[in-house]
Design a protein around this ligand. Structure first.
Ligand code: ADP
Ligand code: MG
Ligand code: MG
Length: 251
């Protein structure tokens, strides 16, 4: 699904290197987790994959289903089936959540040469998916994320993901700032989307999210590289020992 090779990225303005040769392969249908200390470049990796401005790729590739994402515009990446749930979901004043979702879904369909979803079908689908994430009708009418609590924003990100049905889902610290109940709801939303044709890259600071979203593979990122890869037991090792042992081992 996704093959990242020797990816080097620096901040465009400062020329400061952030990613220093990331190698990562995510198979179709698998859930990979990335853990790692603060500042190791996890969010940068997700931004670069999604096409956010301000980052310069100086070396390497990120191929999704045979196409180098780095050659595509942001909206082309989304149309190709990439979705990023942000660590800090953006607020969009003046645009209702419902309108935003409908526009996003139809833009994606258009880019794929598909017909627009009818208003009736869209309403049916969005209501059903919102209900499963305990997002009420009133929240759908409000401007995107405006005045939403942390948990509501994260659930809203999962709703967007469910509506867009991407192939490659990247979740950047979707668990941060969530209480246990909200985190479970988010995890259930993600688990409901797990599918043989869909892959996930779950970036998280803590093992606890991975109790609910069981990953197939766990990677540790440090100083702009993937420094260790293992199974779910690696997340448990981090939980009990922190990153110090792993980093010492690498050094
Ligand atoms: P993580 O998500 O693993 O905590 P980040 O990708 O957010 O790490 O950050 C990696 C490093 O890059 C940090 O040292 C951070 O300060 C720096 N960085 C990332 N984006 C910017 C930016 N836009 N301006 C300045 N520094 C940045
Ligand atoms: Mg951080
Ligand atoms: Mg981050």
């Amino acid at each position: 699904m996704l093959e990242i090779k020797n990816l080097h990225v620096e901040l465009e303005e400062e020329g400061k290197p952030i990613l220093k040769g990331v190698d990562l392969t995510v198979e179709t249908g698998k859930v990979h987790a990335i853990m790692g200390p603060n500042g190791s470049g996890k969010s940068t990796l997700s931004y670069v994959l999604a096409g956010r401005e301000g980052y310069a790729v100086t070396e390497g590739s990120a191929v999704m289903e045979g196409v180098d994402l780095l050659d595509l515009e942001t909206e082309e990446r989304a149309a190709a089936g990439l979705f990023l749930a942000f660590q800090y979901p953006v607020e969009i004043p003046g645009v209702s959540n419902m309108t935003f979702l409908r526009t996003a879904v139809n833009a994606q369909r258009k880019a794929r040469g598909e017909e627009e979803m009818s208003a009736t079908d869209f309403l049916k689908e969005v209501r059903a998916k919102a209900a499963s994430l305990q997002i009420d009708a009133e929240m759908l009418k409000r401007p995107v994320n405006m005045g939403f609590s942390g948990g509501e924003k994260k659930r809203n990100e999962i709703l967007q993901m469910a509506m867009l049905a991407p192939k490659m889902c990247i979740l950047d610290e979707t668990d941060s700032g969530l209480d246990v109940d909200a985190m479970k709801l988010v995890a259930e939303g993600v688990n409901a989307l797990r599918d043989a044709g869909r892959s996930f890259l779950v970036i998280t600071h803590y093992q606890r999210l991975l109790d609910h979203i069981k990953p197939d593979v766990v990677h540790i990122m440090a100083d702009g590289r993937i420094v260790k890869t293992g199974g779910p037991e690696l997340a448990l090792e981090v939980e009990s020992n922190g990153y110090a042992d792993i980093l010492a081992e690498m050094a």
